[in-house]
Design a binder for this molecule. Structure first.
Ligand code: SF4
Length: 461
């Protein structure tokens, strides 16, 4: 995901005597996007204003991702592009922020002398002050221990269309998966107060949100750190009752925390999408053990079976890692067999990325890149077949669809999503309509055709 937006700032009271336009390039996941929106909100309340483009503004912010190698490379590429624009004089101040800074601040400072400020994901509290320092010509470096969570009533500037908004219910993660670096730069799990989340949801509905997507590194852990109890079901029940809510979607659940009451809450609710995002990563017991996932093959199969029994139309999204250290051919085949049996509605496949500082990175039995790539391609092909077959079952049926945008090439085509599709990561429902549809509105769509990942249909009259 990459979102590019801008603010403009005018301040007579500060030492900055001219209008300051701020732009932001937000890379990475929805959690980072929420941070970007919060920062824009903080700056907007200090009278900064939108500029037309991040490639042409006074202060360019780039919010980075450092999850895996690919994400780090993309972040660096984008920073270098912005440095070029600074050299051309199209950008005055360049500030790099977020996860990459939190993780690699010393290396970045050494390599990227043209950057005016480095702000880690732990220091969003005083963002305005840091930007002002950079504007006054100081080199800004601020990387604190991760501890930030969005506060009560914090204003956000939408970087998504207004009809769907992400909402962060917690920050950080208490798990210690052997391959993952996130806890090292996002810190331990911190839940936001329930009343703040309810208040913010009300505000987002008032601003026009039809779909609220709940995020956090591990949403199922919600409440455990503050109240000693898993409070996600209670939170969901409260949100489900809010006036004006249409769709609630839950992302990033953790398999060991998916208790019966959570599935029952989904089943009994009026507005929570029957969509379960549960990253499983693997199925072979020795690999799960080495990954320190705290779950076994038997437990995962029991969880999926139970969830599907409780909610027959449940769409399950998961992610799997191929080429984890020590993964044998047999274990990879076991993973493929698991995919064939479970027929996940939505699936993301990653090749294992050897990240320094993690337990898995130190393991001796790393898998060669060639084999990782081969396994990735085989798993992707298999999932394509599965998804095609799953999709064909929808032909002739009607799906409630939220319209996201109009097709740029064909004025009679519209792009929407069903309950099975989270924004950015899942499929599309293509709608053919001779009359104009309203973006951000729901329509009942009769499915006529399918492709590997998308559905095509018309309005049900
Ligand atoms: S649960 Fe997710 S964020 Fe937490 S350590 Fe594991 S992979 Fe990383």
């Amino acid at each position: 995901m990459m979102i590019n937006s801008c603010l403009e700032h005018s301040s007579k009271s500060s030492s900055i005597r001219h209008t300051v336009r701020v732009g932001i390039l937000s890379l990475g996941c929805p959690k980072t996007l929420v941070d970007s929106e919060t920062i824009l909100g903080k700056l907007a309340s200090r009278h900064y204003r939108f500029a037309p483009s991040v490639t042409d503004c006074d202060v360019a912010l780039i919010n980075t991702c450092a999850f895996i190698q690919e994400a780090k490379e993309e972040s660096i590429e984008r920073i270098l592009e912005l440095i070029e624009l600074k050299k051309e004089g199209r950008i005055k101040i360049l500030i790099v922020m977020g996860c990459l800074v939190q993780r690699y601040v010393n290396e970045l400072r050494k390599e990227l002398a043209e950057v005016d400020g480095f702000i880690g994901s732990g220091d969003y509290e005083h963002f305005d002050r840091l930007v002002r320092k950079a504007l006054q010509g100081d080199k800004v470096v601020s990387v604190k221990t991760p501890g930030y969570i969005p506060g009560k009533g914090e204003k956000r500037i939408a970087l998504t269309p207004r009809h769907y908004r992400y909402l962060k219910i917690s920050e950080g993660c208490n798990h210690r998966c052997a391959f993952c670096t996130i806890p090292s730069f996002r810190g331990k799990h911190r839940s936001r107060p329930m009343k703040d989340i309810i208040e913010e949801t009300r505000q987002l509905i008032w601003e026009g949100a039809k779909e609220i997507v709940l995020t956090g590194q591990d949403t199922t852990h919600y409440g455990r750190d503050t109240q000693g109890r898993f409070l996600l079901p209670e939170l969901l029940r409260n949100l489900d009752q809010l006036e004006g809510i249409e769709w609630l979607r839950l992302l990033y659940t953790y398999p060991t925390c998916l208790k019966n009451d959570l599935m029952e809450t989904l089943q009994q609710s009026n507005h929570i999408c029957h969509y379960l995002d549960v990253p499983l990563q693997h199925i072979s017991d020795p690999i799960l053990k080495s990954m320190q996932r705290g779950v076994t093959k038997e437990k995962i199969i029991e969880l999926i079976t139970r969830s599907r029994k409780t909610i027959p139309d449940l769409a399950i999204r998961t992610t799997l890692i191929v080429g984890y250290p020590g993964e044998t051919d047999k274990q990879f085949d076991e993973l493929m067999d698991f995919m064939k049996v479970m027929r996940f509605e939505r699936l993301g496949i990653f090749t294992y990325s050897q990240e320094e500082g993690t337990a898995a990175a130190k393991m001796k039995n790393q898998i060669p890149d060639r084999i990782k790539k081969e396994r990735f391609e085989r798993a992707m092909l298999l999932q394509q077949e599965i998804s095609e077959k799953n999709n064909r079952l929808w032909v002739g049926k009607t799906l409630k669809t939220l319209i996201d945008e109009r097709d740029e090439k064909d004025p009679h085509k519209w792009l929407g999503r069903s309950y099975m599709d989270a924004p950015e990561v899942d499929g599309t429902v293509w709608v053919h309509s001779p009359t104009a549809l309203k973006i951000g509105h729901f329509y009942n769509i009769r499915i006529r055709r399918t492709e590997a990942y998308d559905l095509m249909g018309e309005i049900q009259l």
